[in-house]
Design a protein around this ligand. Structure first.
Ligand SMILES: [Zn+2]
Ligand SMILES: [Zn+2]
Length: 147
C-alpha cells in the first residue's frame, strides 16, 4: 500500500511508501503563503527515502538556503517541501494527495503570519516560527530567496 498523489495536469505523480503520513500540518508563514499562492500551506510528511516520484520529474525551487520546494513545471502545482539539512523528512501538499481526507492536520506552524480571517483550525495546537532556541539557531543563517 502506498499513499499517492500528483499535480493537476497528471504529469508528475508520487507515492509515499508508508502506512500513514507523518506530521500533517498547516503552515501560515509568509514563505508558505508565497510558495503555494494560498493563504497557508497544508503539508504531510514521510521519510525522504519513502517518497518515490512515480511519473514525471518535479522542478525544484530553493525558496531559501534551507529548503527546496517541488512543483510541476508544466502546470505549476506545488507538490513538496523539504529542508535540505538535517531534516530527513519530506512533505507533500495535502491538496495534491489523492485522498486528502487521510491527512487531517495535527499542528499548525507560522502563527505569527496567520491571516486573521483564517479561523478553521483554531482548536489545533500551534506555534510561532523560531519560538525555541533550537529553531532560532536553525533559522539564524537562512537566506530567503523570495524577494
Ligand atoms: Zn502538472
Ligand atoms: Zn511555512
Amino acid at each position: 500500500m502506498a499513499i499517492t498523489g500528483g499535480c493537476q495536469c497528471g504529469k508528475v505523480r508520487y507515492a509515499m511508501h508508508v502506512e500513514r503520513v507523518e506530521k500533517p500540518h498547516v503552515c501560515h508563514c509568509r514563505m508558505c503563503q508565497k510558495a503555494t499562492g494560498g493563504v497557508f500551506a497544508a503539508l504531510a510528511g514521510c521519510a525522504k527515502a519513502s517518497l518515490e516520484w512515480t511519473a514525471g520529474d518535479p522542478a525544484f525551487f530553493a525558496s531559501s538556503s534551507l529548503a527546496m520546494r517541488g512543483f510541476c513545471r508544466d502546470c505549476g502545482t506545488p507538490l513538496s517541501f523539504a529542508y535540505t539539512t538535517p531534516e530527513a523528512r519530506i512533505y507533500v501538499t495535502i491538496g495534491s494527495l489523492d485522498d486528502p481526507d487521510a491527512a487531517g492536520i495535527e499542528i499548525q506552524y507560522g502563527l505569527e503570519s496567520r491571516i486573521r480571517w483564517v479561523e478553521f483550525c483554531e482548536a489545533v495546537p500551534g506555534e510561532i516560527t523560531g519560538d525555541s532556541a533550537d529553531a532560532q539557531a536553525f533559522f539564524a543563517g537562512m537566506v530567503n530567496n523570495q524577494p
